[in-house]
Design a protein around this ligand. Sequence first.
Ligand code: ATP
Ligand code: MG
Length: 418
Amino acid sequence: MIQLIRGFKDILPAEVALWQHIERTAVALFAAFGFDEIRVPIMEKTELFARGIGEDTDIVEKEMYTLEDRGGERLTLRPEATASIVRAYIQHKLYADDPLRKLYTIGPMFRRERPQKGRYRQFYQIDVEAFGMAGPYIDAQMIHMLHLFFQRLGVSRSLAHLNSLGCPVCRPRFREALSGLLAQVEEKLCADCRRRQARNPLRVLDCKVPTCREAVADAPAIVDYLCDDCRQHFNSVTESLARLGVPFELNKRLVRGLDYYTRTTFEIQTDLLGAQSAVAGGGRYDGLVETLGGPATPAIGFAVGFDRLVEILGQRLKVEAPKPALFIAALGEKARREAFYWCAALAAAGIYVEMEHGDKSLKAQMKRADRLGAARVLIVGEAELASGKANLRDMATKAQSEIALDGVAEKLEQTLKP
Ligand code: ATP
Ligand code: MG
């Protein structure tokens, strides 16, 4: 039997209710904050991710699913959505009417990582981006929105970790100080870090290898190197968060693995996930739109790890699958035929009705109605068809009421309308 690809997974019907609940919660919340949905393709030219994410990141160096199509073009399954949304923003001149755009998208991402709990090769992200706002309020708003999102879902044990990465004015000074330290601890670093350290020393702070973490434990903090503008910006963000009642913690070690991030960077962590503690991450990327050929545009975004959120909530939130408003227990071919058309009329009217399609006993049908959690059962056999009347049973109270079969679909529609 052919199995699915390693690191990929099926989301089975029993789990989908939870996925939909999360999605609906996100959509309603984002709409209230003025975010519009955008849908971008799953594949892009490889070059977009190479330039947009940065050549010496884990993602571009070793995680991308890249293929050459029959025309010889190099294409990549998107490892994240930001680069694609930025491309769309530029390509369709979404800035023309109003450079302020707030966008989100929800969908699958692909990274060839080592599969484990909370880490898949196809995983889902809820991705949110805001363009054209340089000031600190949008940073605070995004983190606030993320906090509300987790609250509404009932994820209580989560905390926003916060840092500032500075800007092209102040980062070089920090980079120099960091390089100084890295030179001293070089032999303790993993091969990747040793190689990257010269070109992108900040990446070393992001390395997950324990010996690397240890080696940079005493690394200088970026926040001590911020220029006045970056410092003021960061202070305003933290002040706003405090006033909005969003719990956060400064984390001087927090850097993003992606090169285009500037200033505010954040991650939502929870102790409910074990090793993969980050359930969302994001930050400001003021340089990316211009890097990808658009007009200089400040921007900020975040991505929620949908699968990890499902893992947290799966343990605590039971989202019920919809239950039929009615089960028609039909006995005999003639009754089944009638029932089939009644079901069709009721479904068209938006009412979920189930029936049995095989020749099953009344007992078996009642059992199935019970298992499905049907609110009512209509029992129809030869006798009922002959008399033109049938019994409608309320499964909770066991009360029975008689209903005439002439025009029964319309009558049921009135009775069962939610
Ligand atoms: P991590 O440190 O866990 O590797 P990351 O820095 O690569 O995360 P981002 O690129 O910022 O993650 O993606 C945002 C979120 O997407 C993460 O916080 C995480 O919840 C989720 N995520 C990232 N990679 C995976 C994956 N392979 N499987 C499932 N979820 C993932
Ligand atoms: Mg990663």
